[in-house]
Design a protein around this ligand. Sequence first.
Ligand SMILES: NC(=O)C1=CN([C@@H]2O[C@H](COP(=O)(O)OP(=O)(O)OC[C@H]3O[C@@H](n4cnc5c(N)ncnc54)[C@H](OP(=O)(O)O)[C@@H]3O)[C@@H](O)[C@H]2O)C=CC1
Ligand SMILES: CC(=O)N[C@@H](CCC(=O)OP(=O)(O)O)C(=O)O
Length: 310
Amino acid sequence: MAPKIFIDGEHGTTGLQIRTRMAGRHDVELLSIPEAERRNAAMREDMLNSADIAILCLPDDASKEAVQMVSANNNVRVIDTSTAFRVNPGWAYGFAEMDGAQADRIRAARFVANPGCYPTGAIGLIRPLRAAGILPDGYPITVNAVSGYTGGGKQMIAQMENPDHPDAITAPHFLYGLPLTHKHVPEMTVHGLLDRAPIFSPSVGKFAQGMIVQVPLHLDDLAEGTTMESIHAALVAHYAGQDIVSVVPLAESNALPRVNAVELEGKDTMKLFVFGTSGASQVNLVALLDNLGKGASGAAVQNMDLMLAS
Ligand SMILES: NC(=O)C1=CN([C@@H]2O[C@H](COP(=O)(O)OP(=O)(O)OC[C@H]3O[C@@H](n4cnc5c(N)ncnc54)[C@H](OP(=O)(O)O)[C@@H]3O)[C@@H](O)[C@H]2O)C=CC1
Ligand SMILES: CC(=O)N[C@@H](CCC(=O)OP(=O)(O)O)C(=O)O
């Protein structure tokens, strides 16, 4: 019998994208409730408890409530796309490529926390350098990023796309998270293996799907002898054999005049770049992804497949 999957929040931005990705699949059975009943708690509880894997695409509070609904039922495994459980040690963090053992942890887990979109880029760049001893304790990391506006869910999509919306946003590009307390900072710190919280400055551009995450570094403050080439080599070694996360060859990135935030729109992959000038004292590490692809729905389906393969 095909495993049953229920997407709670299937009519929201992340849920819909997961449904689209599952459309042609015959190896799983999708359980579904009508859009009009999406907040019907009794119906959701019934569906959640009928599933082999429940994928939660809900705000944090609703996710916590859904987890409560299945907590006594060990037959149900959960992938949560919200922020609620990402630094909870009882949950596997759903970034399969972040270290060599993570895919196995996800395969074996009952509870998997899907990463945030920005942390996917930031951790993807930072963690291998911490693990390799290149980024020393106490290094003051900054993370600067731009996201497509779908990252803000149904509400921001309406604000960006509907000029008559009472809170319409007309800016083509805006900074937010200005108090520097964005909800993604804890997971960047924990899963980036950082001992000091990064300064995180997010922004949104007037495009639907895409993301650039930048981590600039001063080489003089890294492990002795670190060069642009050795950083690149550490990333290449870390992601060797991976097909979803790739490290762009230096010769290729050196020749690029610009990076297009929407290049990977609709794709579930992530590209990592090391920019700078050979022999100079600074580099800029860049991750390019689709906030709804490897940053959300693509990663959720990847995690589901790992769990189904266990
Ligand atoms: N968009 C993105 O790029 C990313 C989003 N995420 C996370 O995914 C989760 C979903 O986000 P997103 O899809 O963007 O949000 P949306 O607002 O687009 O969708 C959320 C869905 O959940 C439903 N919902 C809200 N509250 C409840 C409730 N109490 N019971 C049942 N259903 C409820 C909403 O229904 P209604 O229409 O009635 O409000 C809506 O259908 C969030 O936790 C978000 O942080 C994670 C990574 C990236
Ligand atoms: C543009 C925008 O608003 N983005 C969201 C993050 C999107 C994401 O990664 O989702 P999680 O909420 O699940 O972490 C934000 O900054 O809150």
